[in-house]
Design a protein around this ligand. Structure first.
Ligand code: COA
Length: 152
């Protein structure tokens, strides 16, 4: 089935985002955290990947002045390596550019080779390390930046 990438339209979709979160992260965001984000639509954005009626992935980000902060990107385990993560990231970087961002940043676990390879393909480079940033299990975060978004 084809994948459609679209912005989150209603708080009703939060349950499906939470299902993707719980399948993907050891310390998932809570419903309250998501509902708080939805109350800040000037800054906080969500894009969903749908296959038919099912949410199979999502990406959330903040646009802060000329910066895009990617908070979460996840695809359900049964639909990985189909290009859905790349499609979400491409859409979010384009959306951020259209909204005035010129650089993008995110944190990723040092051991998360799959995600690091995806981000590398999109021109993200390691710019710093936050020691012990993650819990469950404890791990450093690599801080990645992608500059000059407008230049493809
Ligand atoms: C990271 C994640 C979002 C990637 O989603 P995806 O839909 O599987 O990614 P894609 O199919 O679009 O892959 C795009 C590219 O990323 C890289 N990549 C993704 N998964 C990979 C894997 N398991 N092994 C090696 N490379 C991988 C490859 O370069 C891949 O391109 P290719 O398939 O042409 O080789 C997904 O693995 C996921 O949800 N992981 C758990 C949550 C997570 O870690 N999120 C990132 C937090 S910062």
């Amino acid at each position: 089935m084809g994948i459609v990438i679209e912005p989150l339209r209603s708080a009703d979709d939060v349950d499906e985002i939470l299902a993707v979160e719980h399948a993907s992260f050891t310390s998932p965001w809570t419903r309250e955290m998501y509902l708080a984000e939805l109350r800040n639509p000037e800054v906080s954005f969500f894009f969903l990947a749908r296959s038919g009626d099912t949410v199979v992935g999502f990406c959330s980000f903040w646009r802060v002045l000329d910066e895009l902060h990617i908070n979460n990107l996840a695809v359900i385990p049964g639909r990985r390596r189909e290009g859905i993560g790349a499609a979400l990231l491409e859409r979010v970087l384009r959306e951020g550019t259209e909204r005035g961002a010129d650089r993008a940043t995110l944190e990723v676990r040092r051991s998360n080779a799959d995600a690091r390879r995806l981000y590398e393909r999109f021109g993200f480079v390691v710019a710093g390390v936050r020691r012990g940033y993650y819990t469950n299990p404890p791990e450093d975060a690599l801080v990645l930046w992608r500059e000059e978004l407008a230049h493809g």
